[in-house]
Write a protein that binds this ligand. Structure first.
Ligand code: NAD
Ligand code: TYD
Length: 361
């Protein structure tokens, strides 16, 4: 007798940077199918999942996490064992210019997703209900900014968000917690540090610097360039989420990070040096570095203490910053057409033409 096929998982925000990496990794590592839900904003790129076209274990649906009817329909149709929520507006600079979009998706959208999950799980039998997981992917930015000598963020740090992005993510984290305490939804929350790797939209520091370097543009460093971020290779973030999904304690929060605190100026120097070696341009890419006006309210330092996930769940990152950043730069060099398509607007026209009918599997 063939064993019953495993129940799928629903992954939201799956056409974005981390969501796409997660879905690709998941289908390499696991047998359970994936239902992808993504609104395909400017940051979502259907082509990130193109290698899965024709794979019966993957279904893609274009839609909004804030569309509760759609989500409920997806849940009753596919009966997933878990929801992994990556969908978000994610760029701090955009949140400074257009905070409302962040409240709409990150707060209202997460609320509606939680509500759909609640309705769905209330109709499950007891075993399926207690096996169900709602894993909410969040950020270290909810904890605020550290001074140089402060200890790294732990899960018990107060939330002190400073940007509209961080405030909207903190609000969503609180809603997830409330749905557990009030309605008994089986939730897990992860708060991760800055990610880097393939498929990151070139508005974030690392892909922006690579793209600008290669196109002869300025490499704009905000303020004095001494702000610190704690960098984790995206594949390590994905393995941490799988581990939390498998063994995390319900209602708990897990910090994820790689213990890689680096100043922005040092990141840009490293990128220039790798590009000088892999794609020499006659003069160092460092010459393109320009210091520009600082970001308003710019957080000085983030650092993650990942002791809880390491000791409780046995997770550890596999990449060092040196190996991860080399892989990343090579990926962008090998995928110049990807950069061109996500930045040119051609991709958005393609989406308009191909998705006029709305939902399409
Ligand atoms: P991203 O901006 O690259 O991707 C976000 C995806 O969500 C896009 O595909 C977009 O189309 C989709 N989306 C946006 N609004 C939606 C909506 N209303 N309904 C459905 N889909 C929608 O972001 P990312 O960097 O991949 O981040 C994914 C998640 O991880 C976010 O929740 C973010 O807060 C969190 N996170 C990111 C980092 C990082 O360094 N990038 C670090 C820690 C946590
Ligand atoms: P970013 O990638 O936007 O991530 P976050 O703000 O969520 O940490 O920025 C990372 C760091 O790089 C942050 O300190 C801001 C800085 N930065 C620049 O100096 N120049 C840039 O052009 C960008 C996009 C970011």
């Amino acid at each position: 007798m063939t064993p019953p096929s495993p129940r799928p998982i629903l992954v939201t925000g799956s056409a974005g940077f981390i969501g796409a990496n997660f879905v690709l990794d998941w289908l390499r590592e696991r047998s359970a199918p994936v239902v992808s839900l993504d609104k395909l904003t400017y940051a979502g790129n259907r082509a990130n999942l193109a290698s899965l076209d024709g794979d019966a274990r993957h279904a893609f649906v274009q839609g909004d996490i804030g569309d509760q009817d759609l989500v409920e329909k997806l849940l009753t149709t596919h009966k997933p064992a878990a929801i992994v929520n990556f969908a978000a507006e994610s760029h701090v600079d955009r949140s400074i210019h257009s905070p409302e979009d962040f409240i709409q998706t990150n707060v209202v959208g997460t609320l509606r997703l939680l509500q759909a999950a609640r309705v769905y799980t209330e109709n499950l039998n007891d075993a399926d209900k207690s096996a169900f997981r709602f894993l909410h992917v969040s950020t270290d930015e909810v904890y605020g900014s550290l001074s140089p000598d402060d200890p790294a963020f732990t899960e018990t740090n107060q939330t002190l968000p400073n940007s509209p992005y961080a405030a909207s993510k903190a609000a969503s984290d609180h809603l997830v917690r409330a749905y557990h305490h009030t309605y008994g939804l089986q939730v897990l929350t992860t708060n991760c540090s800055n990610n880097y790797g393939p498929y990151q939209f070139p508005e974030k520091l690392i892909p922006l610097m690579i793209t600008n370097a290669l196109t002869g543009k300025a490499l704009p460093i905000y303020g004095d360039g001494l702000n610190v971020r704690d960098w984790l290779y995206v594949g390590d973030h994905c393995s941490a989420i799988r581990r939390v999904l498998d063994a995390g304690r319900i209602g708990e929060t897990y910090n994820i990070g790689g213990c890689n605190e680096i100043k922005n100026i040092d990141i840009v120097h490293i990128l220039c040096d790798i590009l000088d070696r892999l794609k020499p341009a006659g003069r160092s890419y460092r010459k393109q570095i320009t210091f520009v006006k600082d970001r308003p309210g710019h957080d000085r330092r983030y650092a993650i203490n990942a002791h809880k996930i390491e000791s409780e769940l046995g997770w550890k990152p596999t990449e060092t910053f040196a190996t991860g950043i080399e892989k990343t730069v090579r990926w962008y060099l090998d995928n110049l057409d990807w950069i061109a398509s996500v930045t040119s607007g051609a991709y958005r026209q393609w989406v308009k033409t191909n998705y006029e009918q709305g939902i399409r599997a």
